[in-house]
Ligand binder design. Structure first.
Ligand code: SAH
Length: 432
């Protein structure tokens, strides 16, 4: 594993010494008193670098650090414009998120013990939830801000861990995290996944691959609610699976008994397999544009001895249009598309795309049909999404009743002070 940050004078980044003070503009501290962890560059008045030699403020006093700096990856204190302590975090001059705050306690050092404790608390939370449910199960053990570890994802797949740092703060402390994870969980192997878009925004590069131990010799199989799935730790989407949908797979299945089901955007078959095995659906057509995903989905069906799912490679939009034009009917439709909105500025385009696929799905359903409709775009709020469904109801002249409003599984908690983590919506609806 190599970490490249191109910092000319990189400080001893992973240590706990406070190396700077970030002074906020007047009246900009409120979100942080409410414990939001992201200090954006626009909120900062001044950055004072503490000179480690002098043990006091050095020659950069008053300098506004706007780009790659000696502080990157180092601990800084954030204060109000009047000098009151706000929080302590890690600086990154390359990112719009200039500081990620990890504590709001003045006496709390960001030392090894602190990070270890945060990992332990996150893992204990999952244990208390009974997750993973079995030795061959999978669960998210660390979910970034939700676990007070902004910029770190850790997923467990049976005996293996997948680690994904999404912030420089955590990328520069990776060895320490890995060391403690091996001690706490004794995994067979740890794989590093890098989200190149996020890494670019944070100004670091990590080489994906095996970080520790070994990769499974045979294809890895995990189980979820008694259904078995192949997992590609290195090449699969996300970190291998959509763990956030785990409980929605099972819950949706409860509504599908005896029905002819369409699973659009099926990936490796999460909703389709649950519909067949847990829900006793009559038959399922499952569609995804990724050939690789469909091949794995077919292998998953064989692995579980399922024979009533027909898998197809195809575009979601075109397939839906084709099915509607061909006068096809399904008694239930699942829509779980990829993220349509990359930010609030893309909201209108995203809502139009959601409207389009949901409208077509409704047209495929007879009265009494079930629509399971999801959105993983964080910038689309649940209210936006319901308003979109109201538009679909108006346009199609059909009633849509929400039977269940759901989010991600509980191993993806939402910290009330950072709603950016609340991205997944899953509505189970009855269409009249
Ligand atoms: N339902 C899945 C997760 C789906 S994620 C589960 O529960 O496990 C979204 C899926 O949409 C991905 O598998 C991706 O390959 C697929 N996808 C992306 N763009 C698509 C398109 N235009 N048409 C069809 N599928 C698409």
């Amino acid at each position: 594993m190599t970490l490249s940050t191109d910092t000319p004078h990189a400080p001893p980044i992973a240590d706990a010494a406070v190396r700077g003070t970030v002074v906020l503009k007047p009246r900009r501290a409120r979100p942080f008193f409410a414990r939001h962890p992201w200090v954006l560059d626009s909120a900062i008045k001044r950055v004072d670098v503490i000179d480690p030699e002098a043990g006091a403020f050095g020659p950069d006093v008053g300098a506004v650090v706007t780009e790659a700096s000696t502080l990157d990856g180092a601990v800084v204190d954030v204060t109000t414009s009047r000098g009151e302590f706000v929080g302590r975090g890690i600086f990154n001059g390359r990112s719009r998120i200039r500081i990620r705050l990890y504590t709001f306690e003045k006496d709390q050092q960001l030392d090894r013990t602190f990070w270890h404790h945060r990992l332990e608390t996150a893992i204990d939370t999952r244990r208390s939830l009974g997750l993973p449910a079995t030795a061959d199960g999978a669960a998210r053990l660390v979910f970034s801000e939700a676990d007070g570890l902004s910029g770190l994802i850790v997923d467990r797949y049976a005996d293996y861990l997948v680690v994904q740092p999404t912030a420089l703060a955590c990328a520069t402390r990776l060895d320490m995290f890995i060391g403690h994870l091996t001690k706490l969980l004794d995994p067979r192997g740890i794989v590093l996944r890098a989200d190149s878009t996020l890494a670019r925004l944070e100004g670091f590069e990590l080489e994906a691959g095996t970080l520790w131990g070994e990769l499974p010799a045979d294809p890895l199989v995990i189980s979820e609610h008694g259904i078995r799935y192949y997992i590609d730790l290195e090449g699969g989407q996300k970190t291998g699976a959509y763990l956030d949908q785990r409980d929605n797979h099972r819950q949706a299945a409860q509504y599908l008994s005896g029905r002819r089901v369409l699973d659009m955007f099926c990936y490796t078959g999460g909703f389709a397999l649950a519909a067949s095995m847990l829900g006793k659906a009559a038959s399922v057509v499952a569609v995804d544009s990724s050939r690789k995903a469909i091949e794995t989905a077919e292998a998953n069906a064989r692995l579980n001895g399922i024979e009533n799912i027909e898998f197809r490679v195809g575009s979601g939009f075109e397939t839906l249009d084709g099915l509607v034009d061909g006068g096809e009917q399904f008694e239930a439709v699942v829509l779980d598309p990829p993220k349509f909105a990359s930010g609030r500025h893309k909201l209108d385009d995203a809502l139009r795309a959601y409207h389009r696929i949901n409208r077509q799905a409704v047209r495929l359903l007879p009265p009494g049909g079930i629509l399971v409709t999801c959105s993983c775009s964080g910038s689309v709020t649940p209210y936006d999404f319901v308003a979109m469904l109201a538009g679909v109801s108006q346009r199609t002249g059909r009633d849509i009743q929400i039977l269940e409003s759901r989010g991600a599984s509980p191993d993806h908690p939402i910290r009330v002070s950072c709603l950016e983590n609340e991205y997944l919506k899953c509505f189970i609806c009855r269409v009249g």
